[in-house]
Structures are given as structure tokens and as C-alpha cells.
Design a protein around this ligand. Structure first.
Ligand SMILES: [Zn+2]
Length: 363
């Protein structure tokens, strides 16, 4: 069965301007590589949507005040206390202004993540991908880390509301901890949130002992990785932690998100995941999705070097869909097993923390 890939022309406006690491040309360069490598392969279907999410949909996570402020700022109106609502890395670095048109673009991104979920839930495809999704740092009243509205949280809440889902597995493979997503579901057992990220970098959250609270205790799993952690470590974490937890949790859907920033050539972090590693992630998510009638939603936007970004995104999408594609990659500077001992220690500690809540972590 096919994979639907949702995108929008309006993604060109999700752009913080020259000198900012998050530029919108990423989307065009991905689509170019997609067309070159995938062509008219019938496994995939590109679906374009330019309809934005409505206020009441954004309010599944964001406050009315915040939405109004973002809307006003994006219309070019000066907001005197703008930095109460967004961080300084969420504006144009040269003008200091909030980019015009970005509010609508981020609303469309939210809508596209919701549409991806709809396609899967309604049986139009087993898998759906939103190019532009995964804005995991956005908080209810605060936009940071290049994220304005948090499509991950909104989509998971939409899944609960519209489809009565009670067990959603969210897997964050972005190199940065998903602080917004983590906060949203910290006391909610309807989401099992598993987050792999480099430790000690922005946003400074995602410690090993952050495992949720109240009814959600044991349903947040943080895997803070050392710099230079690579493929073998990631694979071990999938086999020792993620797959056993997923089998025990029995998710009704899998939502994975994150782009190319754990790749060493992406250069924004120091992780060492190669294209093979991303392919492995796609294959593992494909395997996990067998627990829920092959249903999964993939949200992809991060990455800061054009060339590697497109290849990583394509690698994630094709491996998730069981399609082989040849992609060239320069030899890695990082030896794949350099951090393996450290990862084994991390796995041991994570298992100890989770043992009171999960039988599968006792093995
Ligand atoms: Zn990131």
C-alpha cells in the first residue's frame, strides 16, 4: 500500500531570512531529489494542500493570546513585548522582525500533519508523511527553536479527539530534545513519548530521569546521547528499548518526527548518524508500525545543510515505505561504534528507571 506525502507551495514562506539556519529552500531541494530518485514510483503519492489550520485546531495546544500575537506580528504590526512570546532565534536575524507570511505557512504545516493522520486513519494510505512537520519546540505560549506552532502535539491531540485514540507512540529522532512535545504529554499515558537526542545542547532538557509524572509516569522516555554517537548505538537502542516498549504498549498509531540534524555533515550537532543509520530508523519504524496495521505518520523538517538534508529525508521516507533507493554519501568522519560502551550504560540506566512501569524493561 502507498505512502502519501503531503506538502504545500506555501512552505516557501516558512523562512526566517538570510543568515538564519532555517531557510525554506530546503523544501524545494527535497522535492527536486524526490522527483529525480522516485519519479513516478506508484508506492508514493504527492498531495498538495494550501489550507491552513483554524484557530480552534491550534488551540488544542496554544493559548488564544499567543495565536493572536503571532498573527499580528506576522502581519507586520510591531508588538512591543514580542520576546515574551517568541525567542530571539525565531525572528529574521538581520531585521529583527517576525517574518511576514510565516504564520500562515506554519498553520498549513499544522494542517498537513493533521491531514497526514486523516489519510492513515481513514485507510487512504498506510503511511503518510508531512514535509515541513515536526515543530517540536513550540510551547503553549512561546515559540522557540525555529518552531511556532507545535504540529506534533496538535496532531496527537486531534487523534485523541477525532479518532478516540488512547495509545499513541511518538518517536522523536531529531538531534534536539523535543521540549514542547515532552511538556504536553508529561502526565498523559495516552502518549508514549520516546526521545533520542544529543545531551548538553539546546534546549537543555530531556534528562534520563525525566520519565513523566502522575498517570503519565513511565510514559516519557529520554535517551540523551553523547556527541559522536552513531548507527550501532541507535540500532541497539531500538532493539533494547524502543521495540520492546512498543510491543508492550501496543500503539494504535506511530508518529515519528525529525530530519537530518543527527547527521555529522549537517553540522548543527555532533551526532554521528549516517545515511545507513537513517535508513535503519525508517526500517525500524516500519517494523513497529506492524503493531498497528502498518499505520504511521512521519513529520520531517529539520536539517541545516541542503545536500545532506534532502538525502536524509528521502532515506527516511523510502525505508519507511520499504523502497530501495541509491544515495551517495561521502565517507563518515565518525567511527560507528565509538560511543557503544557509553550507549550500553545509558540503556542500562534507562531500563532501571522504567522497570517499575514496564515488564519488557526487566529483561
Ligand atoms: Zn533539531
Amino acid at each position: 500500500m502507498k505512502t502519501i506525502i503531503v506538502y504545500s507551495d506555501e512552505l516557501r514562506n516558512y523562512d526566517f531570512g538570510p543568515g538564519h539556519p532555517f531557510r525554506s529552500n530546503r523544501f524545494a531541494s527535497f522535492l527536486e531529489l524526490y522527483r529525480e530518485k522516485i519519479g513516478d514510483n506508484k508506492v508514493f503519492e504527492l498531495v498538495k494542500n494550501n489550507e491552513p489550520a483554524r484557530d480552534e485546531e491550534l488551540e488544542l495546544w496554544h493559548s488564544k493570546d499567543y495565536i493572536q500575537t503571532i498573527k499580528t506580528a506576522s502581519a507586520g504590526i510591531t508588538i512591543p513585548n514580542l520576546y515574551r512570546f517568541i525567542s530571539q532565534d525565531n525572528v529574521n536575524p538581520i531585521t529583527g522582525e517576525f517574518p511576514e507570511g510565516i504564520e500562515k505557512a506554519t498553520r498549513i504545516i499544522v494542517k498537513n500533519s493533521m491531514l497526514a493522520l486523516d489519510f492513515v486513519q481513514k485507510g487512504k494510505s498506510e503511511k503518510a508523511v508531512n514535509i515541513g512537520g515536526g515543530l517540536h519546540h513550540a510551547k503553549p505560549d512561546y515559540g522557540e527553536g525555529f518552531c511556532i506552532y507545535n504540529d506534533v502535539v496538535i496532531t496527537a491531540r486531534y487523534a485523541m479527539k477525532k479518532y478516540n485514540l488512547e495509545r499513541i507512540l511518538i518517536l522523536d529522532t531529531d538531534a534536539h530534545a523535543g521540549n514542547g512535545t515532552c511538556e504536553a504529554f508529561y502526565s498523559d499515558p495516552n502518549v508514549l513519548f520516546i526521545d533520542l537526542h544529543q545531551r548538553g545542547i539546546y534546549p537543555g532538557t530531556g534528562f534520563i530521569n525525566e520519565i513523566g509524572e502522575g498517570k503519565g509516569k513511565g510514559f516519557t522516555v529520554n535517551l540523551p546521547l553523547s556527541a559522536r554517537t552513531s548507527n550501532e548505538s541507535y540500532e541497539l537502542i531500538f532493539d533494547e528499548i524502543i521495540l520492546p516498549l512498543a510491543e508492550e504498549y501496543k500503539p494504535e498509531i506511530v508518529i515519528r518526527y525529525g530530519g537530518s540534524d543527527p547527521h555529522p555533515d549537517d553540522e548543527i550537532t555532533e551526532l554521528g548518524l549516517s545515511l545507513e543509520g537513517f535508513k535503519m530508523i525508517g526500517e525500524k519504524v516500519r517494523e513497529i508500525s506492524k503493531l498497528c496495521q502498518n499505520k504511521s505518520v512521519d513529520l520531517i523538517c529539520s536539517g541545516y545543510k541542503q545536500d545532506i538534508l534532502s538525502k536524509v529525508w528521502l532515506s527516511l521516507i523510502t525505508s519507511l515505505s520499504g523502497v530501495e533507493v541509491k544515495l551517495e554519501e561521502p565517507p563518515l568522519k565518525v567511527k560507528s561504534d565509538e560511543m557503544l560502551t557509553e550507549t550500553k550504560n545509558l540503556i542500562k540506566k534507562v531500563k532501571e528507571n522504567l522497570q517499575p512501569y514496564w515488564k519488557s524493561m526487566k529483561k
